[in-house]
Ligand binder design. Structure first.
Ligand code: ATP
Length: 362
């Protein structure tokens, strides 16, 4: 049985439907992420799980039990907000042990659990400090320790790394992964940052306008997006309108793309000759070069370097195809001078393998 289940959950604000018929099943021990653009309903879902907000329709079950009649304070769930919501006038130790003191635990129990929690989030030696004496990352750890000290079944994290600068954010991502693995508590994380979701999660629900578009493991979301929204939202992708020429009975899908002729791409379920949609390809699947070896690729064309973004470790080339479309190609700058190999305006070859790319209906 799933630890947490949302069954056809809907939440409206006046005429506006913020969450529409959402069903999700989250397993014990999972790091599960709700990912989507601002306003897609992620926080509203989190607030309903926590008990700060209530569904207009549908059910939320924890361990198979409907939470409808259980007020927020009686749910074995804790929320960590982006602001951390630490008490400024309380020390680290007092902040972390606050939930236990509220629940009237005895002093020995509080001390023992506090020591465990402080060690878990590596704040040993900081117990007597006040929040303003800590870095952003340390404040984040205090908030996590406070959230974990009651040993909740479920920890909800709302954009909780959002307030940190990029470098610290990356460090905290690694810490969060390790922490979640060590404590084994189920995490439901909300973010609009796709790279963060990919890095942290066991599974991700991609949301758009109150609905769930796809639930999958990060690698599957990236390689097999179900539709154009998911493809565009996760990573970079180039899309071109396409029509299926041949499908069932062939070893590959054959697509017709205006101005390029026929493209060969992996067979997919539910795709038939005549279907219209888009062909989508990731920048790291696109190869560019001067040599004829690109001609051996099933899909190859002549192109021209339209623009180039040097990013240190990699360069992103935008290549103009014969049909005028721009396709992105990602090249590592591993060899010295590599970034300057192809200048804007250079005529080059561009191609991709027959097992690259995906056809999307919408
Ligand atoms: P963000 O990433 O910006 O926090 P989100 O995906 O978490 O966005 P929600 O906060 O869940 O989005 O909000 C979803 C939609 O519902 C938004 O359009 C928001 O304006 C609306 N909304 C949320 N709460 C209320 C409320 N109490 N009253 C009216 N509208 C609301």
């Amino acid at each position: 049985m799933a630890l947490l289940e949302l069954r056809n959950v809907t939440r409206r604000f006046g005429d506006f439907t913020a969450v529409e018929n959402v069903s999700l099943s989250i397993e014990a021990g999972e790091f599960f992420t709700l990912l989507g653009p601002s306003g897609c309903g992620k926080t509203t879902i989190l607030r309903m799980i926590a008990g700060f907000e209530f569904p207009d329709a549908g059910q939320i079950l924890l361990d198979g039990r409907d939470l409808a009649g259980t007020p927020a304070e009686n749910r074995p769930i804790h929320t960590v907000f982006q602001s951390y919501a630490l008490f400024p006038h309380l020390t680290v130790a007092e902040n972390i042990s606050f939930p236990l003191r509220m629940a009237h635990h005895n002093a020995t129990d509080i001390r023992q659990r506090l020591d465990e929690a402080v060690e878990l989030v590596r704040l040993t030696g900081k117990a007597g400090k006040y929040p303003h004496e800590l870095s952003g990352g340390q404040q984040q750890r205090v908030a996590l320790a406070r959230a974990l000290i009651n040993r909740p079944r479920l920890l909800l994290l709302d954009e909780s790394l959002g307030a940190l600068d990029a470098k610290l954010r990356e460090e905290m991502q690694v810490e969060l992964i390790n922490l979640q693995r060590d404590v084994g508590i189920t995490f439901v994380f909300v973010t609009h940052a796709q790279a963060e979701a990919l890095a942290l999660s066991h599974r991700i629900a991609v949301m758009n306008r109150g609905k769930v578009e796809q639930v999958d493991e990060p690698a599957r979301l990236y390689s097999s997006p179900r539709n154009r929204f998911v493809a565009d939202f996760i990573g970079h992708i180039t899309t071109m309108e396409a029509q299926v020429v041949a499908a069932a009975g062939h070893s590959h899908l054959h697509l017709s793309v205006q101005g390029l002729g026929e493209i060969v791409t992996p067979l997919q379920k539910g795709v038939a000759a005549g279907d219209r949609g888009v062909f989508a390809i990731r920048p790291e699947q696109v190869r560019i070069g001067m040599q004829a070896d690109l001609d051996e690729l099933k899909n190859h064309f002549s192109g021209e370097v339209h623009s180039l973004l040097y990013q240190g470790d990699v360069s992103v080339y935008r290549i103009k195809l014969p049909n005028g479309k721009i396709v992105e190609a990602l090249l590592p700058n591993s060899a010295p001078g590599r970034a300057e190999l192809f200048r804007v305006g250079t005529a080059i070859k561009v191609g991709w393998r027959h097992d690259a790319g995906v056809f999307l209906h919408e």
